[in-house]
Design a protein. Structure first.
Length: 492
């Protein structure tokens, strides 16, 4: 263990011991003031020791300092934490056992495990209250975790794993620090909250699954061991580029690469992340690599860094829907005069799932006048889609959440100015409404410059045949020439 790691481990141990001492003394609510007082006392103590040592050296330079007061001080310090040394475990055996037990119970489905992702400008306290944790308990959890890390420095996208019982009672919270170390907060039997820290409990595993299509892609992929959630992502990512009914033939091969996180107790954390899709379709095959751009939207690109065009869904409902009101001028059923209808109304049973018409970021979520419960999503290429009269939203969504094409965002309702359960669906292009049933295509994106270099480096490390995937009707995108070469060629 490195010296830096040993120091960090020791400091975490001291913080946890101090936290437990406050708890036993019944003064945990004054933790921050006590920490400040203790810090001031330690500074004073160290300063006093330095002054005494300096005075002893100057007074008797040829003799070692043997002040009885120093001996008493050192002895007192040793008695405060006699068990503390650099090899002391940062997590107590009881806490380790509790975390392992929670993970095992979650794996068996006996308790709930929720994955929470921190949004831009969101605090841990806000994240927890959004997950239905009471304001008081959320404050106590954030305060307990603050013993180990400065929660104000948490970055957007950080994932937390929330353990709840069947009645939504808080049991524990864990957070993977630097991908391998785990810190968090556990609820003790007496109801108090204790921070903990452990090393090397989480491992990121890359899996590769390949197979041969027998009848359908979905059935063959499932038989080969591809999770259902990834099959839905694959068909959604390639929808519009290939037809899974006519282009897929028996005997063709496929290859899928994805990542998953596993704890020491065998619990999978969070969603599996799809990294690569390979299908033996056409002359050169389909080879698509997942890449998240600067706007935090993940899309699939070919080996040359070009994404496929994406068509917005025309009826974003997971059920048959009847067109109850078309796009254009109409006599309003409630106002009883002619108005321009900016979208289409799709009648469907109450609580029918509504999904995102394309990949994008939520820019509005909440009530909006006559629209009732409303969501607006920003897509690439100047497109936006809007969904109104909803009965409710998916629980973990908020402004800033990234959603994928075909992902459920809410449920059909009749909120706002409405005569019955239906979805009012709008498509906006460059700030102007367009017909939702038209051909609304988000054009392909081409990575360039440094982002292209990063993507190609990632793809080359991920797949051993990346160089072969560059083959195709178009030549590979050449790497940018150094500035010196460009200047010398211009002089000639």
């Amino acid at each position: 263990m490195s010296a830096q790691k040993r120091i960090q481990k020791t400091l975490q141990t001291i913080r946890i011991l101090r936290h437990k001492t406050y708890k036993k003394a019944g003064v945990i609510q004054h933790r921050k003031n006590l920490d400040l007082a203790l810090r001031s006392f330690l500074i004073f103590l160290v300063s006093t020791i330095i002054l005494l040592l300096s005075w002893s050296i100057f007074k008797t330079p040829t003799e070692p300092a043997t002040s009885s007061s120093l001996i008493e001080i050192n002895t007192a310090l040793e008695e405060v934490h006699p068990e503390l040394d650099t090899n002391a475990p940062v997590i107590s055996p009881d806490s380790a056992a509790s975390l392992t037990l929670l993970e095992q119970q979650a794996a068996r489905g006996e308790i709930q495990l929720k994955t929470l992702s921190l949004e831009p400008k969101e605090t841990l306290y806000e994240l927890l209250t959004t997950a239905k944790i009471s304001a008081q308990e959320a404050l106590e959890i954030a305060d307990a975790l603050d013993v180990l890390i400065n929660t104000k420095t948490l970055k957007p996208g950080e994932k937390f794993y929330l353990f709840l019982d069947k009645e939504n009672t808080f049991l524990g919270l864990s957070f993977n620090q630097r991908n391998t170390d785990t810190i968090g907060v556990l609820k003790e039997k007496d109801g108090t909250l204790t921070p903990f820290s452990a090393e090397g409990r989480v491992e990121t595993i890359t899996e590769r699954i390949s197979g041969t299509i027998e009848r359908t892609f979905a059935g063959s992929a499932k038989k080969a061991g591809v999770p259902d959630s990834l099959i839905a992502q694959i068909t959604g990512a390639l929808d519009g580029e290939i037809d899974f009914n006519s282009d897929i033939k028996p005997g063709q091969t496929f290859e899928i690469i994805f990542e998953k996180k596993i704890t020491a107790s065998g619990l999978e954390l969070g969603d599996k992340e799809l990294l690569y899709i390979g299908l033996e379709v056409g002359k050169h095959g389909i080879h698509r690599y997942a890449w998240t751009d600067g706007s935090k939207v993940t899309a699939f690109y070919n080996a040359r860094g070009i994404s496929a065009p994406q068509t917005l869904y025309k009826r974003p409902l997971k059920a048959r829907a009847r067109l109850s009101s078309a796009f254009g001028k109409r006599r309003h059923p409630i106002l009883l005069y002619e108005v321009f209808h900016k979208g289409v109304d799709l009648a469907a049973p109450m609580n029918t799932p509504i999904f995102a018409a394309g990949d994008g970021v939520i820019v509005q979520l909440g009530r909006k006048g006559s629209y009732g419960k409303y969501i607006k999503i920003r897509h690439a290429g100047g497109y936006q889609t809007a969904y109104a009269h909803m009965n409710g939203y998916r629980g973990d969504l908020k402004v800033g959440s990234v959603v994928k094409r075909g992902e459920t965002i809410g449920y059909v309702g009749s909120t706002g100015r409405s005569t019955g359960p239906h979805l009012h669906f709008e498509v906006i292009k460059n700030n102007k409404v367009v017909h939702p049933f038209g051909t609304n295509v988000i054009q392909q994106k081409r990575l360039t410059g440094f982002e292209l270099e990063q993507f190609q480096s990632f793809a080359e490390q991920l797949h051993p045949d990346y160089a072969k995937h560059l083959a195709g009707p178009l030549p590979p995108i050449p790497s940018p020439k150094p500035a010196g070469i460009q200047k010398s060629s211009q002089k000639k």
